[in-house]
Design a protein around this ligand. Structure first.
Ligand code: SF4
Length: 64
């Protein structure tokens, strides 16, 4: 199953992925970085679009 993963080095915490997929992504208030809180919830949104909209291309698919 494909799962979204975030490269924390690249993420700037802009929040775009959270706006698109609030069930999947969340921004960590302390580190101002996004993280994947529910990798199996892409069926509630369009993770592909979130990957496309990320300004730093920090999100990608993992096949693991
Ligand atoms: S869209 Fe990209 S840069 Fe913005 S919070 Fe999400 S992962 Fe980080």
């Amino acid at each position: 199953m494909k799962k979204p993963v975030i490269d924390y080095e690249e993420c700037i915490g802009c929040g775009s992925c959270v706006e698109l997929c609030p069930e999947v992504f969340e921004v960590n208030d302390d580190e101002v970085k996004a993280y994947v809180k529910a990798e199996d919830k892409c069926d509630t949104c369009d993770c592909e679009e979130a990957i496309g909209i990320c300004p730093t291309e920090a999100i990608s698919w993992s096949e693991e």
